[in-house]
Design a protein around this ligand. Sequence first.
Ligand code: DC
Length: 225
Amino acid sequence: MTLCQVTIDGPAASGKSTVAKLVAQRLGGHYINTGDMYRTVACAVLRRGGDPRNQTEEIAEVLPTLDLGYVLDEGGSLVLMLNGEPVKQEEIRTAEVAAVVSYVARIPAVRYWLRARQRKTVELGTIVMEGRDIGTVILPNASNKFFMTASPEERARRRFAQPGEVPAGATLASVAAEIAERDQMDMNRPVSPLRPAEDAVLIDTDGLTPEQVADRIVDRVEGRA
Ligand code: DC
């Protein structure tokens, strides 16, 4: 099998993770979630008692204390490790982290620091990498780029149905507002804003199941579409 790099970008709650995992399984490749890396940095800052919303310099000082990266475990599965420990999803997918992670992701020093760690994963073989700037900045030479979208209503419904990230007492409207705020920050930051690569295939996922979206991507990657 030829090795390939598949990039899947798109806004929050557009269904990237579910689809990217399916695509990785079908291609026999590794699934890399770069949002988890930003969340892990945000979580580390919160743990030190910092407020990522107004501590740009302090955050840059935290980075050298972090040893973060994807490694293969003994069973051949890819695991995100922080300072020798596996990163736990329940710790990075919280309402507290969701509230501040876009502030961390705006900081150029954080983005440059993570860029090298994200690019390193191409050494692992076939990879399916999801994020916001993978097709534009991290792997601009990847031959298979996709940009997933969904209507704001659909994304709010999807996020509302996800446990953990939604604060207690949230409503569909408040979740929609939080997603819209995050989109604005992600699209309007000066460094690596969220936008489709010129050569990305756009997929509107409204009304499609994750399997249908994954089928489209795999067909394209394998040259059937
Ligand atoms: O995909 P996610 O919701 O887990 O991403 C968390 C945050 O990280 C989100 O605010 C956007 C940011 N992010 C980014 O700026 N660049 C990436 N490649 C991935 C995520």
